[in-house]
Design a protein around this ligand. Structure first.
Ligand SMILES: [Zn+2]
Ligand SMILES: [Zn+2]
Length: 350
């Protein structure tokens, strides 16, 4: 079968990929569509160190082909959207509703793929959606209604869970709050629509590229600025929530400096692993906080089903996130378009 493999030097579409049968507690999924997220490219450029060779991709949706022993919540033919969270479901963190904090769900890449007679191939983010078929743990396969297009559902598993989840689960934005979103790429747009869903009153998008304004407004921005300098004109006492979605330390500083009393800066962008940010300690005295956030602090079985239903009701935008759809053979073009910032989300189809 076909898949997108990074061997440490090059990333290319191969035809000789195979995946093993699902074991106990696993689900074999035929991928219909998968979004190309910045994190896939971060593996290729080394920002995210990952063992190779590896099948890329980590936001996808498809049809269940087979299930292993003990899997009862989905069966062959069911449509599923996939999460990247292979949490155990039995530890104290899982049990208290914080699966993103499960220690079993971090840093244990499996090798369910092979290429010909060569060595096994790693799975990225417990997911590897850039393959015709992949294997996930039962907890990662979330059933969705069959009337939801799979190429829209594919985007829920990373960008939507991360962006909307950061607003609803981590920041817990309340009705009437003010929100600043720095950076309006794939994550930023989902933070904007999360803020709209939460009932935020003023939602200010900041992006250096003026061409991003119409999309930002479509996803919920009430105001658009090309520089954070203008935020104080709109919010003289500062913002209740500032989301940094770019991953640059000077923008993290900016997010903190924009906070109102009791405000919180939520860090979603990913700077290089050794990057250090600085801020005035005194600027946090008035009950302000800086929050990290993994994967939107999501509970995928609940949240993916919720977002799918909000999409059906027209309250969550998914189709509008997809700028362009490419057959998997055109991965190189999709990558070039994503790297050049020409697309909010490129989606690969199989
Ligand atoms: Zn992602
Ligand atoms: Zn756990």
């Amino acid at each position: 079968m076909r898949g997108v493999v990074f061997d440490g030097k090059r990333v290319r579409v191969v035809e000789d990929l195979a995946v093993r049968e699902p074991g106990p507690g696993e689900v074999l999924v035929a991928i219909a569509a998968a979004g190309l997220c910045h994190s896939d490219l971060s593996v290729v450029d080394g920002t995210i160190p990952f063992p190779v060779p590896v099948v890329l991709g980590h936001e996808g949706a498809g049809v269940v082909e087979a299930v292993g022993a003990g899997v009862t919540h989905v069966g062959p033919g069911d449509h599923v959207a996939l999460s990247t969270l292979a949490n155990c479901g039995t530890c104290p963190e899982c049990d208290r509703g914080r699966p993103t904090m499960c220690r079993e769900a971090i840093g244990r890449p499996g090798k369910p793929f092979t290429r010909g007679a060569a060595d096994p191939v790693y799975q990225f983010a417990s997911n590897s959606a850039f393959a015709e078929r992949t294997i996930v743990k039962a907890v990662q396969a979330v059933p969705i209604p069959k009337d939801i297009p799979l190429r829209a559902a594919a985007l829920i598993g990373c960008g939507v869970l991360t962006g909307v989840g950061a607003v609803l689960n981590r920041a817990r934005v309340d009705r009437g709050d003010s929100v600043v979103v720095i950076g309006t790429g794939g994550i930023g747009l989902n933070v904007l629509q999360g803020a709209r869903l939460a009932g935020a009153l003023r939602i200010i998008a900041v992006d250096a590229d003026p061409a991003k304004e119409s999309a930002a407004r479509q996803f919920g921005a009430t105001d658009f600025l090309t520089s954070a300098e203008g935020v104080r004109d709109l919010l003289p006492t500062g913002a209740d929530h500032a989301f940094e979605c770019v991953g640059r330390v000077e923008l993290i500083r900016q997010a903190i400096d924009l906070l109102d009393r009791h405000g919180q800066a939520v860090l979603l962008g990913v700077p290089p692993a050794a990057a250090e940010a600085s801020f005035l300690v005194s600027s946090l005295y008035l009950d302000k906080s800086v929050l990290g956030c993994r994967y939107g602090s999501s509970r995928p079985q609940r949240d993916i089903a919720l977002y799918a239903e909000l999409y059906r009701q027209g309250r969550l935008l998914l189709d509008e996130l997809v700028t362009e759809v490419y057959p998997v053979e055109d991965f190189e073009k999709a990558r070039a378009d994503a790297e050049a910032g020409r697309v909010a989300r490129a989606v690969l189809t199989f």
